[in-house]
Design a protein around this ligand. Structure first.
Ligand code: NDP
Ligand code: A1CAB
Length: 259
């Protein structure tokens, strides 16, 4: 529990996912968005200045292309001693400090599964950030999943797995389900089979701590069904396709960070 007032700018996919985890863990959650999400139990303010002035912590959850506009409005408020948390891809801490000066700043790359309490957030704090501020960051991002602390130097690499990765996983689930549908299984059961299989496999790896190769080998019976699928996946370049996609995503993050 923190007695700091949290203020969210942007309550779309990610703003609302993060808010969902912190509701009840702090006295007040305020928000500003150009359109209100009536399903969120937050106090919407009418302007960015109205949001920033009473807040102790400001979480920036707008798209990267809105940062210039939003930070210009933040500058019209009482913002100097506040803690800022930015979750945007491609917006560096240097960029924010260029606009706001030397504010207390933490860059975070969270992911969409925060909205079901199974998020993975990469947290890049400023050197020397007070422990009390770090406690708030932990409160926010550990309420809806796991977090790890890294230097900002690694954030473009991390984004390509924890930030963007859910999209690839959803595609994998969809592909497995489509294959079931081709073989006559109904859609609903196909999605449940595919999604629960991904969930269970991920949970097993995290809970056992075993190497993924060992777990894969446990599924591949000699002359059984799985090894035929594994050989086909290797032939069609499955693992290369994933590694190449992750690299493309990293390259895009680096490119976005140059602007
Ligand atoms: N989606 C994801 O999986 C992840 C996204 N991120 C980062 O999170 C950030 C937000 O992404 P996401 O939640 O998906 O985006 P959304 O578009 O869902 O949410 C952004 C919200 O901000 C609103 N908005 C636009 N302009 C302003 C403004 N000037 N002031 C206040 N609110 C405004 C948007 O309204 P409107 O829709 O009307 O424009 C929208 O409601 C991005 O920077 C992204 O890089 C990080 C990790 C994962
Ligand atoms: O696609 C994007 O730019 C954002 C960042 C990570 C996930 N979605």
């Amino acid at each position: 529990m923190t007695n700091k007032i949290l203020g969210f700018i942007g309550t779309g996919n990610m703003g609302s996912a993060i808010i969902g985890g912190v509701i009840g863990k702090t006295d007040t959650v305020n928000a500003y968005d150009i359109k209100k999400n009536e399903n969120l139990a937050v106090n919407y303010k009418e302007s960015i200045a109205d949001l920033v002035n009473p807040s102790g912590v400001i979480v920036l959850c707008v798209k990267p292309n809105m940062f210039e506009t939003v930070l210009a409005e933040v500058k019209n408020a009482d913002y100097k001693d506040k803690l800022f948390i930015s979750i945007a891809a491609g917006i560096t801490k240097d960029y924010i400090k260029e606009k706001l000066g030397d504010v207390k700043l933490v860059r975070v790359m969270p992911n969409l599964p925060l909205c079901v309490g199974e998020g993975m957030s990469v947290v890049c704090p400023d050197d020397g950030l007070p422990d009390s501020d770090m406690e708030i960051v932990k409160l926010i991002f550990e309420s809806s999943g796991k977090m790890c602390i890294m230097s900002e130097d690694y954030i473009n690499k991390a984004i390509a797995v924890n930030g963007s990765g859910p999209a690839y996983v959803f595609m994998f689930i969809e592909a497995m389900a489509d294959a079931l549908v081709k073989n006559g299984v109904d859609r609903k059961n196909s999605y449940t089979l595919a999604a629960q299989t991904v969930l269970g496999s991920a949970k097993m790896m995290l809970e056992t701590g075993l190497h993924p190769g060992i777990l894969k080998d446990m599924v591949c019976s000699p002359a059984g069904t799985t090894i035929d699928a594994v050989i086909d996946l290797e032939k069609t370049g499955f693992r290369h396709a994933v590694m190449s996609a992750v690299q493309k995503c990293t390259d895009k993050s680096v490119e976005m960070s140059k602007k």
